[in-house]
Design a binder for this molecule. Structure first.
Ligand code: ZN
Length: 351
């Protein structure tokens, strides 16, 4: 058991009065207020918050498409952890009968070393070629078989779908039946079609404003549709390049801290980076968090919620994403500039 005390505790939603966390094995056993700092690790009013959760990332220091060995798998998962990402969804593009990717996805999910892989996020294959962004065309397949995909890749959590493709309603129903969260994205749908698609269970929007239809003079912009349903989360790449700072501020104003999920959408594969200079190759979720502070000057509590509690809520996680009794002890200690001072993962100090 160990105790961290004299902390400013951000519990995932807000800063709380309690200043002390007691960790037993890998679980947070108690969160309370104490005047006595002698029994624990005194962190002198630094911020104590849940570990970051990146639900949309294709790479860490190494890209998923470049993994060749067990060492690469370990490097992939460890480099997330060193950047404060204690949990992540392995984000991939789907290609039929890609044995190598199936094998790697399995290795990443089974390996106990490094950051916790919560499951898989497929960006596609049911998307619109016109809005493919950097996704290579061979990873688009509107006739793919969901049951087969689910069989090949365990823990499939999210799938991006463009509602204008053939049979989209049928696919959306199948996703729901298989407990896969459908995410609107890589789509040319206008406002009306986007709004209509929400009736079929869309719960998330893949990188809002990126790989979506452009605004036209006489139609409401597509993103207005997502404002209509308060239960939908929107992913945001906050590098300041994918979305200009003024639009980032607008998103915050319109969707509020409760509906934004910060993502890195980190891609490191050389061929993909070369195709599109805008793609993130170096930035981690932590960089997006710092950007939101630097560019948009938002309150720290609002930014941290977008990288901890909100992604956990989308995925209905009951043990990560909060500093709360009974939760797994994935904890970051940050200074007031959000620099990471200490990382506790699964109850162990790793940095
Ligand atoms: Zn992506």
């Amino acid at each position: 058991m160990f105790i961290i005390t004299n902390a400013r505790i951000f519990n995932g939603i807000k800063f709380i009065k309690a200043n002390t966390v007691e960790i037993h094995k890998n679980i947070i056993r108690k969160v309370y207020y104490s005047k006595n700092f002698e029994n624990g690790l005194n962190i002198n009013r630094s911020i104590l918050c849940p570990g970051f959760i990146d639900i949309h990332t294709h790479s860490s220091d190494i890209d998923i498409l470049d993994i060749k060995s067990r060492e690469d798998v370990i490097k992939f998962k460890n480099s997330f952890l060193k950047k404060g990402v204690t949990s992540f969804l392995l984000t991939m593009f789907y290609k039929k009968n890609n044995r190598k990717l199936i094998y790697i996805a399995d290795q990443i999910q089974n390996s106990k070393i490094g950051s916790r892989c919560l499951g898989i996020y497929f960006e596609g294959p049911f998307i619109n070629k016109v809005k493919k962004g950097v996704i290579p065309v061979e990873y688009i397949d509107i006739n793919a078989d969901i049951k087969k995909i689910k069989k090949e890749y365990k823990n499939l959590k999210i799938m991006t779908i463009a509602p204008e493709i053939k049979n989209s309603k049928k696919i959306l129903k199948l996703l729901k039946k298989n407990k896969i969260i459908p995410s609107f994205g890589h789509s040319n749908a206008d406002y009306n079609l986007a709004l209509h698609s929400l009736k079929y269970g869309i719960k998330n929007v893949t990188h809002l404003f990126n790989a979506m239809s452009k605004w036209s003079e006489n139609k409401p912009p597509t993103y207005f549709a997502f404002l209509k349903n308060k239960n939908i989360f929107v992913e945001v790449i906050a590098d300041g390049v994918h979305i200009p700072p003024t639009i980032l501020k607008l998103i915050y104003k319109k969707f509020s801290k409760n509906r934004i999920i910060l993502i890195s959408d980190k891609v490191n594969h050389e061929k993909i980076i070369n195709k599109n200079k805008k793609v993130n190759s170096r930035l981690y979720l932590h960089d997006m968090i710092c950007n939101m502070k630097k560019i948009c000057h938002l309150a720290i509590k609002d930014i941290l919620q977008m990288a901890t509690y909100n992604p956990a809520k989308l995925l209905k996680l009951k043990k990560v994403g909060m500093i709360k009794k009974g939760f797994i002890a994935d904890i970051l200690i940050l200074n007031k500039n959000l620099h990471i001072e200490k990382i506790i993962f699964n109850g162990k100090i790793i940095l």
